[in-house]
Write a protein that binds this ligand. Structure first.
Ligand code: ADP
Length: 382
């Protein structure tokens, strides 16, 4: 991000004027723009990014560095900026391009800093060439998409032969009833059990892929209602595990994608049930006003401090597959992905043998309020 300081030009005087020698050698492009748009200073990096010599740049108006289709808009933005100048990044959330001398465009990040130099209002613009970063982001996106398609295809294609295997076991049990020794029956039972586990894993992988491909469709969501729906969906498990699930009635609404956030709540509540050996199991879904975060607390087995971050990694399971037959280590990876898609944060507070609280924020339009840095990184217990 380019520099910005929340300062108005009114506070700046001639003493704040840029020192050309210093600006000249800055590793980011700098140009100084007069109120009428004329460029009155450019440094070496600006020459490199824009492909003009300094002498050429000093004959240009800033609009000539803006691709033609944005030029009209840029001029009105510039005029508005001159009237109400504040230091800030330009075009937050929008891809910006600069027009080079040879007619090509370059991806840039621009910071604007107003100043008054000998009574003349000017704007100091920092220009960073981010084309390499953009190229790598594009590459990363494409390889993620390829990987998603690969995982989807593998998972999908594995389902069919697995179904076939399970059907054969059923035929064997039906057709050879009474002819198989007990040991063979027990092996067949284990084949069926493992087959169903594999089927579950494939379904979860497909679900994960499907979620990763989906866009966030945000709306104003009544979180109390959403949690109630999740609880209803889990009712058979809740009954079977004799667990008390308490929903605080004061959950604030959120601007979020209800389908995705339902997945978060579903995973957190069902984990609270799964990883719980208390005689009186209890899950509470509540809102921590101090932290500005939704919270799901359980009185289960807890999570060691050293693994507070690992649990969010794909395929991370804290117990061996012998003792933990219930999971695949995908749930919390999905949860973190959804929370981060909402520009939120997720972290835990846990004490082994006493229980865990998962906190998460959902902020689609502002930074998460997470003052307790240590907790954010899942490093604090108790
Ligand atoms: P899984 O499908 O194995 O449940 P998750 O990604 O949901 O996968 O969880 C990862 C691991 O984190 C689990 O295998 C379990 O060891 C641990 N875990 C998750 N939630 C809890 C919890 N509420 N209490 C204790 N351990 C938990």
């Amino acid at each position: 991000m380019t520099h910005t300081t929340p300062q108005s030009s009114r506070g700046l005087t001639a003493s704040s004027e840029p020192t050309p020698e210093l600006l000249e050698h800055l590793p980011c492009g700098v140009i100084l723009v007069e109120a009428n748009g004329q460029i009155s200073f450019a440094n070496i990096e600006a020459e490199r990014i824009l492909g003009y010599t300094k002498t050429e740049l000093l004959t240009l108006y800033v609009e000539q560095l803006v691709p033609e289709n944005f030029r009209g808009r840029h001029e009105s933005f510039r005029k508005a900026f001159v009237k109400e100048p504040t230091s800030r990044a330009m075009g937050a959330g929008v891809d910006l391009y600069a027009l080079r001398k040879d007619g090509s465009t370059v991806s840039v990040e621009i910071g604007l800093s107003p100043l008054v130099n000998q009574g003349r209002p000017q704007v100091l613009c920092s220009i960073s060439d981010i084309s390499e970063r953009k190229r790598m982001e594009g590459e990363l996106k494409r390889s993620h998409a390829d990987l998603d398609i690969f995982a989807y295809t593998v998972a999908h294609d594995l389902k069919e032969p697995l179904r076939g295997l399970l059907r054969l076991v059923d035929f064997l049990l039906d057709d050879c009833e009474g002819q198989l020794p007990d040991i063979a029956l027990s092996y067949l039972d284990r084949i069926t059990l493992q087959g169903h586990r594999m089927h579950d894993l494939i379904e979860t992988l497909l679900r994960y892929g499907q979620l990763r491909r989906s866009e966030v469709h945000a709306s104003e969501v009544d979180m109390n209602q959403l949690v109630r729906e999740v609880k209803e969906g889990l009712e058979p498990t809740i009954q079977q595990s004799e667990v008390e699930v308490v929903i605080s009635e004061s959950l604030p609404g959120a601007s979020c994608d209800p389908t995705l956030v339902r997945e978060v709540l579903y995973n957190l509540v069902s984990n609270g049930i799964k990883y719980n050996t208390s005689p009186l199991k209890r899950i509470e879904v509540w809102y921590d006003t101090e932290k500005g975060a939704y919270a799901v607390s359980d009185n289960g087995i807890g999570i060691p401090e050293s693994q507070a971050e690992d649990i969010f990694n794909l395929f991370c399971r804290l117990q061996s597959s012998e003792t933990n037959q219930k999971g695949h280590g995908l749930g919390l990876a999905i949860v973190r992905w959804v929370v981060e898609k909402h520009q939120g944060k997720i972290w835990i507070k846990s004490k082994e043998g006493q229980g865990t609280t998962f906190y998460f924020t959902l902020k689609l339009d502002s930074a998460p309020k997470c003052e307790e840095k240590l907790e954010c990184h899942g490093r604090r217990n108790g």
